[in-house]
Design a protein around this ligand. Structure first.
Ligand code: ATP
Length: 238
């Protein structure tokens, strides 16, 4: 049986000026799931995550968290409601230390919990070693870890991840995916945008494929991995 829905996007229409980037996107993320969102450049993956996290408002459609409408709510309030967003390109605060970056992730919480910092340092020991280092001087992989750690400091029930593997060496990507698996095992639900479809589907329970602003396929991750159309379009096979 499918787990109860944590996040539901219903028939979202999102525009940038006159450009309709999402043309009626619907998807569901169940409690505890890992869901992958695949698609080519410009398909609307980042726009979908930004709408779910309140950074963009849909012109039509609904965003529901545990069945309650949250579209129109600010991204700050959505952090308090349990949605964490790790944006594309990481966006760590380059002049702040690792520790200051992590504290920024918790500042919207009514009651920051010191155990959250311990959790992040256990998941990412390198961040503990580099806690006094300036964010902008970290390697790309470390900055990605910091961006994920900062989002975890907001105690998210759902973590939205936009291309966590972008621009990183395969060994680092593997490390980050292992940590994402552990984060999910600890109870955090994940909605993951990835160009690296094989890695994303290896981690995910289910996946959706976006093309020019519409969902064109959705299935269990295993079924998507085995699908010849997916293999040809996203796994570099022909
Ligand atoms: P990518 O991997 O390249 O980020 P994506 O699937 O995440 O691709 P989006 O970034 O969501 O795609 O973009 C969806 C569409 O909206 C594209 O046609 C893109 O050109 C357009 N778009 C995105 N951001 C803006 C913006 N700020 N202004 C105008 N158009 C935009």
């Amino acid at each position: 049986a499918a787990p109860p829905a944590l996040l539901e996007l219903r028939d979202l229409h999102v525009f940038y000026g006159a450009i309709e980037a999402l043309k009626g996107v619907s998807l569901t993320v169940g409690e505890g799931e890992v869901v992958a969102l695949l698609g080519a450049n410009g398909a609307g993956k980042s726009t979908t995550l930004k709408t779910a996290s309140g950074m963009l408002a849909p012109r039509a459609g609904e965003v529901l968290l545990h069945g309650e409408r949250v579209d129109g709510i600010t991204s700050h309030e959505l952090v308090q409601l349990g949605i964490g967003h790790v944006p594309e390109g990481r966006r760590v605060f380059p002049r702040m230390t690792v520790l200051e970056n992590l504290r920024m992730g918790a500042y919207r919480l009514r009651r920051p919990d010191p155990a959250d910092l311990d959790r992040v340092f256990t998941l990412f020991p390198v961040l503990a070693e580099r806690r006094k280092q300036i964010g902008g001087t970290l390697s790309g992989g470390e900055q990605q870890m910091l961006a994920i750690g900062r989002a975890l400091m907001g105690k998210p029930e759902l973590l939205l991840l936009d291309e966590p593997s972008m621009g990183l060496a395969p060994l680092i990507v593997q490390q980050i995916f292992e940590i994402l698996k552990e984060i999910n095992a600890q109870g955090t639900t994940l909605l993951l945008v990835e160009q690296n479809a094989s890695r994303a589907l290896a981690l995910a329970d289910r996946g959706y494929v976006l093309e020019t602003g519409s969902v064109v396929m959705s299935d269990d991750a295993d079924a998507l991995l085995a699908d010849p159309r997916i293999r040809a379009a996203y796994l570099g096979e022909s």
